[in-house]
Design a protein around this ligand. Structure first.
Ligand SMILES: *[C@@H]1O[C@H](CO)[C@@H](O)[C@H](O)[C@H]1NC(C)=O
Ligand SMILES: *[C@@H]1O[C@H](CO)[C@@H](O)[C@H](O)[C@H]1NC(C)=O
Ligand SMILES: *[C@@H]1O[C@H](CO)[C@@H](O)[C@H](O)[C@H]1NC(C)=O
Ligand SMILES: *[C@@H]1O[C@H](CO)[C@@H](O)[C@H](O)[C@H]1NC(C)=O
Length: 291
């Protein structure tokens, strides 16, 4: 129980609240756009390019009766569409190319498992961004299930420069067979002018925010510390005074007196109660100790 209703824990919580409030926030940059296998870019409408242009790629309308061994459920696909091909050694190249202006790219495939003997269901593909080093993705089918795995993230790159990029997904000139089923891609687009103003705003505001946050947080911590010290001093003083109490003096009354010390910024501490005359030097002592 603290004297005068000063509650250090409340003050500490108050300080914590302010330090949290002043932590500089980093805004999420950019918006996600999609590139559908069939409909292309959700904003620019630019389509994906498939190689070879004909005879190899099939969509969800290709059923088992028309020669497609693996048929996906359109309701489980993005935009109810997908585009798939089976690469067979030694075809020269089977690829998908897409372009986007953005800082991140995520590619989602539909992966196949055990569709019966002779049906190629493994997926092996290279992902090459802007003609750089290819990244190989491999999916080994689960022999225990016929289920297709929809919406599988098979490739992603973040932290790209905010410019136009070309992603090529390919299987070429290798002695493997590969089932490639492209559902859609997501890329993070940052508006040029918006990102410029946002970046300059960030450069200015982030350090200021950090400084203000640091200063306010520091003050809050010091305040909390000061009140904790005050609390400790008052407690210690109370214990000492209680020990000093002469025979016949009621310690309970002393505690009551101390509980009634009240002070604000503008008014000096006041003694209320019966033992006012018995402890005339108390208030000044508190203040000289503290300030
Ligand atoms: C964009 O989509 C990816 C993949 O779904 C997600 O991880 C990322 O957080 C999204 N970014 C934004 C800015 O919404
Ligand atoms: C990327 O942005 C540039 C400049 O605004 C534009 O000319 C180009 O067509 C865009 N590319 C794509 C794939 O949207
Ligand atoms: C993004 O790039 C910056 C600077 O090039 C680097 O410090 C940071 O680790 C990168 N982040 C990721 C998630 O790759
Ligand atoms: C992926 O690229 C590497 C390096 O160019 C190549 O050796 C490998 O055969 C490619 N794999 C496929 C499946 O195209």
């Amino acid at each position: 129980m603290s004297p005068c209703g000063i509650q250090p824990s409340r003050l500490a919580r108050f300080a914590l609240f302010f330090s949290l409030f002043w932590v500089p926030r980093v805004d999420a940059d950019g918006v996600n756009r999609t590139i559908d296998d069939t409909f292309g870019d959700s904003v620019t409408k630019q389509r994906v390019t498939y190689t070879p242009a004909s005879g190899v790629w099939h969509d969800a309308t290709c059923l088992t009766s028309s020669g497609c061994a693996i048929v996906g459920d359109p309701t489980q696909c993005f935009s109810s569409t997908y585009t798939a091909a089976t690469y067979r050694d030694p075809w020269s190249e089977t690829s998908i190319a897409m372009q986007f202006n953005g800082t991140a790219i995520y590619v989602f495939f539909i992966l196949a498992n055990n569709m019966g003997t002779g049906i190629i269901t493994q997926t092996v593909a290279n992902f090459t961004l802007d003609g750089g080093q290819p990244q190989l993705f491999t999916h080994q089918p689960d022999p225990n299930t016929k289920d297709l795995n929809y919406g599988q993230l098979v490739f992603s790159l973040t932290n790209l420069t905010n410019s136009e990029h070309t992603l090529v997904i390919s299987a070429s000139e290798v002695h493997i067979n590969s089932y490639i089923n492209f559902d859609y891609a997501v890329y993070t687009h940052e508006d040029d002018t918006q990102s410029l103003t946002q970046n300059s705003a960030h450069k200015k505001s982030a350090p200021i925010g950090a400084i203000v946050g640091g200063v306010i947080g520091g003050i809050a911590v010091l305040l909390a510390l000061a009140f904790l010290i005050l609390y400790w001093v008052l407690r210690r003083r109370r214990t000492t005074e209680e020990k000093k109490v002469e025979p016949g003096f009621d310690p309970q009354m002393m505690v009551e007196v101390q509980s009634c010390i009240s002070f604000t910024e503008s008014t000096p501490p006041k003694w209320i109660g019966r033992s006012l005359s018995e402890a005339p030097t108390f208030p000044r002592q508190y203040f000289t100790t503290l300030f």
